[in-house]
Write a protein of this length. Structure first.
Ligand code: BJW
Length: 241
């Protein structure tokens, strides 16, 4: 347990936090990349080559997210509670495109890899809320033109969202938590080094198993997110900030 005053917290979450809510991770044996090739669905080149396949991939995931079976779990709820009760600054950066953190009540939240429930028009740049299937025929609610809509997510080779805000928060944080991410994808995988680089951040990994960069974390706690995250939040809040 950190003994220092950790009032400014940055939390990074990945697909593992939503696994027990019924959403697949990417790189586990039963994960998304075991079923589809990322080169065919998660790059701008794939979308240019075969937009129908890319739309179908995200339409299926959007429908899954809307199904009654998917709901925030105890880990999402614990992070929302932490934000509500923590006396200092807290920024929750998620790589996830689901809306489970919002549904659990998190508000200080940044979706660095975008949001499944938003669409973006490549013609006029309008970003809009999007809950239906998307296709080449979909019209933009801003410019009304069809043919330019894409899901508002970050594919390989594209710049993640909010990087300036994230690096600024990492530079001043005193506690960095990484939850449910394999540490395979940059720039998120480099956040632990950024936080360490500020000279005072305590770094903690909470995951099912050691991630790629596990040795970079000072504290490591392994187990299902619904067990380890509520327990860690309880300890943080119990300490009285
Ligand atoms: C549980 C659990 C339970 C399971 N409880 N835990 C060499 C060096 C540096 C960079 C690069 C490089 N070569 C290429 C790059 C760039 C590239 C990259 O990183 N490639 C790597 C493959 C090497 N990155 C990019 O292109 C990014 N853009 C970029 O770099 O721009 C330039 C730039 C540079 C510097 C600063 C700023 C910008 C964009 C990356 C976009 C990633 N997009 C995706 C798809 C998004 C949309 C979608 O969802 O479809 O994002 S890929 C996919 O991976 C998705 C995820 O957000 C991301 C991370 O995955 P995550 O969340 O870690 O999931 P998993 O499955 O990998 O891990 C789950 C973990 O949970 C596991 O550890 C389990 O054990 C655990 N777990 N059950 C707790 N119950």
């Amino acid at each position: 347990m950190p003994q220092h005053d950790s009032r400014s917290i940055v939390i990074l979450t990945g697909a593992g936090i939503s696994k027990e809510s019924g959403l697949d991770t990417f790189r586990d044996a039963d994960g998304i990349w075991a079923k589809v090739r990322l080169e065919n669905v998660a790059t701008p080149e794939a979308f240019a080559r075969d937009p129908a396949t890319v739309h179908a991939f995200y339409n299926a995931r959007r429908r899954g997210l809307a199904s009654g079976e998917v709901a925030p779990n105890a880990a999402h709820a614990a992070l929302a509670r932490l934000e509500a009760e923590w006396p200092g600054e807290l920024l929750l950066v998620t790589q996830n495109i689901d809306d489970l953190h919002e549904r659990a009540g998190s508000r200080s939240l940044l979706h660095m890899h975008g949001e499944l429930l938003k669409g973006r028009c490549e013609s006029c740049g309008t970003v809009s809320s999007w809950h239906e299937d998307m296709s080449l025929e979909s019209a933009c609610p801003g410019c009304y033109l069809p043919g330019g809509m894409r899901v508002h997510v970050v594919w390989f080779g594209e710049m993640p969202f909010g990087m300036e805000r994230i690096y600024a928060a990492l530079a001043r944080c005193s506690l960095f938590l990484s939850i449910g991410t394999s540490g395979n994808v940059y720039p998120a995988a480099g956040f632990v080094q950024e936080a360490r680089g500020n000279g005072r951040a305590h770094t903690v990994e909470l995951n099912l198993e050691p991630s790629e960069g596990h040795s970079l974390f000072e504290e490591r706690i392994y187990g299902p997110a619904t067990d380890v995250v509520p327990a860690y939040v309880e300890r943080l809040l119990g300490r009285g900030g």
